[in-house]
Ligand binder design. Sequence first.
Ligand code: DX5
Ligand code: ZN
Length: 220
Amino acid sequence: MGIQITPSILNADFAALGAEVARIPSADWIHVDVMDNHFVPNLTFGPTMVEALARSTDTPLDAHLMIADADRHAPTYVEAGCASVTFHVEAAAAPVRLAREIRAAGGRASMALKPATPVEPYEDMLGELDMLLLMTVEPGFGGQKFLDLVLPKIRRARALMDKHGVETWLQVDGGVSLETIERCAEAGADTFVAGSAVYSADDPDAMVNALRERAAAARG
Ligand code: DX5
Ligand code: ZN
């Protein structure tokens, strides 16, 4: 698996999302942060908005659901046009069943872990997942400082994936920038979310490519 850069639109202009996405044609995916004011103390948008965004771009959408009762709502985002749907394990009652439902609906199934949630309990379900997201900030807001304490978990997750021979992608999200992306790539991440780093750049598309080059160099 090569390096993939997945800009988050959380720090984009919400009144012009179609145009904001059109500014980053080099993005591999568009990361869509869905927040419900329950699982996290912030509120963004729901399936109707996501469906409109999916219609406005050819770049696949990577939904990151920071919502309670993920079991009930996650499949809706596949129907809304998201090629990948990530639920939080902390918000899922039956993560194996949910991952299978997302796949059955035609989406890539992905599961997220907050910084303090260990990866080891989920070793045996890695084969059920198309992607594992390790949060490198506490979810809820863009522009937070990268948490270096997650780096050992990225290494352990990569080792578990190698041990089981799974094709699961390993995504990191939160505080990823030109300064921190090398550490993540060296530790074993292959899929990188970047919000403020991309949308605060003078040329967001050039930043997408700069991030990809730096991560690729670090992975060797
Ligand atoms: C945080 C979100 C992230 C966030 C990333 O809860 O899940 O996707 O938008 O933004 P930056 O890159 O600014 O940390
Ligand atoms: Zn996110």
